[in-house]
Design a protein around this ligand. Structure first.
Ligand SMILES: [Ca+2]
Ligand SMILES: [Ca+2]
Ligand SMILES: [Ca+2]
Ligand SMILES: [Ca+2]
Length: 129
C-alpha cells in the first residue's frame, strides 16, 4: 500500500516536471539577438534578428518558421539578404543603400527598404509587390 502510493507520487511529479519543461521550452526556443556571424538563422519560434554591428558587412539572415522580425536597417554600405520563411514576417532593410534583397516567403509579410532594394513575396510595406 505504502509502496503504491510512493510510485504514484513519483509518477505525478514526473508529469508535473514534464509539463513545466515543455511550457518553458516553447518560450525558450525563440531568439532575440544581434547576429554575430553569417549566415544567421532563427528558430521555429517567433524570432527577432538584427544584422551584424558594422557598416560594410553583408548579411544573410533567415527567420525560418513563424512570425519573425528581421532588422538590417542599422548599418549601411552592405548587401543584406533577408528571408522571412513561413509566417507573417517583418523585414527591414531601410539602411539608406540599394541592392538588399528581401524575400517574405509564405504568409502576409511586411517589407521596408530603399529605392533599389529587391523584394519578393512581400504583401505590405514600401516594398510590397
Ligand atoms: Ca549588414
Ligand atoms: Ca544593412
Ligand atoms: Ca513569411
Ligand atoms: Ca537598403
Amino acid at each position: 500500500m505504502q509502496r503504491g502510493k510512493e510510485v504514484r507520487k513519483v509518477a505525478m511529479l514526473a508529469v508535473v516536471v514534464a509539463v513545466v519543461v515543455l511550457a518553458f521550452a516553447g518560450v525558450a526556443l525563440a531568439v532575440n539577438k544581434t547576429c554575430t556571424k553569417d549566415p544567421c538563422r532563427g528558430t521555429e519560434a517567433k524570432d527577432t534578428l538584427r544584422e551584424q554591428t558594422e557598416d560594410g558587412v553583408d548579411d544573410n539572415i533567415s527567420g525560418r518558421k513563424n512570425a519573425d522580425k528581421i532588422d538590417a536597417s542599422g548599418y549601411e554600405d552592405d548587401v543584406d539578404d533577408l528571408r522571412g520563411g513561413s509566417g507573417n514576417d517583418n523585414l527591414d532593410a531601410e539602411d539608406g543603400d540599394p541592392d538588399d534583397v528581401l524575400n517574405g516567403g509564405k504568409g502576409t509579410d511586411t517589407c521596408n527598404g530603399d529605392n533599389g532594394d529587391d523584394s519578393e513575396n512581400c504583401e505590405k510595406g514600401n516594398l510590397a509587390d
